[in-house]
Write a protein that binds this ligand. Sequence first.
Ligand SMILES: Nc1nc2c(ncn2[C@@H]2O[C@H](COP(=O)(O)OP(=O)(O)OP(=O)(O)O)[C@@H](O)[C@H]2O)c(=O)[nH]1
Ligand SMILES: [Mg+2]
Length: 452
Amino acid sequence: MIIMINDTISAISTAFGKGAISIIRLSGDDAIAITNKLFKGKNLSTVKSHTITYGHIFDGENQIDEVLVSVFKKPNTFTKEDVVEINCHGGIYVANKILELTLKNGARAADGGEFTKRAYLNGRIDLTQAESIMDIIEAKSDLSLSLANKGLDGDIYKLIINLREDLLNIIANIEVNIDYPEYDDVEMLSNDIIKPKVMDLINKIEKIIHKSNYGKIIREGINTAIIGRPNVGKSSLLNALLREDKAIVTDVKGTTRDTVEGSINLGGIILNLMDTAGIRESTDLVEKIGINKSKEAIKKADLILFVVNNNEELSNEDQLLLDLTNNKNRIVIINKIDLDNKLKSNFKNEIKVSALNKSGILDLENKIKEMFLDGSINEKDQTYVSNARHIARLHDTLSSLHESLQAINDEMPIDMAEIDLKSAWYSLGEIIGETKTTSLLDEMFSKFCLGK
Ligand SMILES: Nc1nc2c(ncn2[C@@H]2O[C@H](COP(=O)(O)OP(=O)(O)OP(=O)(O)O)[C@@H](O)[C@H]2O)c(=O)[nH]1
Ligand SMILES: [Mg+2]
């Protein structure tokens, strides 16, 4: 089924609120004609493409605003359709009024992301580039911005295309052998010959998935939960790291009940910090809810900052919590080192601090950088797959490849392995938005000039 998307859409493209200017954007066959109906100035259908025209927007006889109108004629536009952008004064009322006029005159209100969707459907960008546009908008640090820009430049697309190319070569060779057993130009592929090729591909994809952990960290930051018993100084540590008094600190046990969040930029990587309620047996309903939230936070965290008190011996509660977080990325923070030492400590990854005096905080930051950045994130190589959807499809690809390897190892007929290789090919296709059944055949046969 072919989806017709030739109606003209319109939306306010700038942030909602007061600003110097607002932009109303239209895309579609009637974008210029619709704008002409509201616009007094030059006839926009006769102006050159990619130019700006001065004039006024009118609602019947009433002048609404003085505007600059940019006209972009297809196909060299963001959506590959005619695009008009009306730059008006940045008031909420004015922008809404102009939007309303475009709708009255034949445009349809665009859905969220519909301009980008059209750019994708009209073949201007692939799916990974469309997603990168969202990533650019959401970027939280320089590193995540440059990663998103790499995506927009099509680096992820190229990465996937290359993997598909490898896969296609194997599939095409198998196909040729099945369909044309007498065809001898093509390397005869037995299980023994395709096996190393499949293994090679598995290897490549495993490496990409492994690297994707860093991609996720660059993009979303390190989700860090500050965990510990009541009163050990978790909120004080949050405040010291944030360099502001965000969380309430008192000497009353159970001060923090709801999670308090904040983030800091650590050498380009964002640390998403979460201060949690001290975990202990409690009968207080509100505190209990807070403690459950703390346990949830442990599950979701990429990193646990586990706080203990230097001035007290390790308690049973501490030990229980240590056991609970044992298999997580964890740094043990020995806090209150300004007080007498009563704690016998010899933890893996321990850092001594005084959250009160703000000492040891830099050591902690360096430790985190070392754990997450050291040698692992190469700022120049940014083909990190960071999008959760892409990672999920790569996992699908990998499991299909493993199944095909299994079929080969079990010496099944080669078409059994081929079925799995094809589903791996489709999973990769889903990443870039190419899922049509015909494209596999087209691409395969374009590679082999069989002449039959
Ligand atoms: N001497 C000293 N006192 C500290 C230090 N860090 C925190 N405190 C004190 O310890 C008490 C508890 O600190 P909080 O930061 O509220 O502790 P918490 O772990 O968030 O406590 P809950 O929210 O109740 O779980 C306060 O009186 C702080 O001033 C430190 O490094 N040295
Ligand atoms: Mg607290």
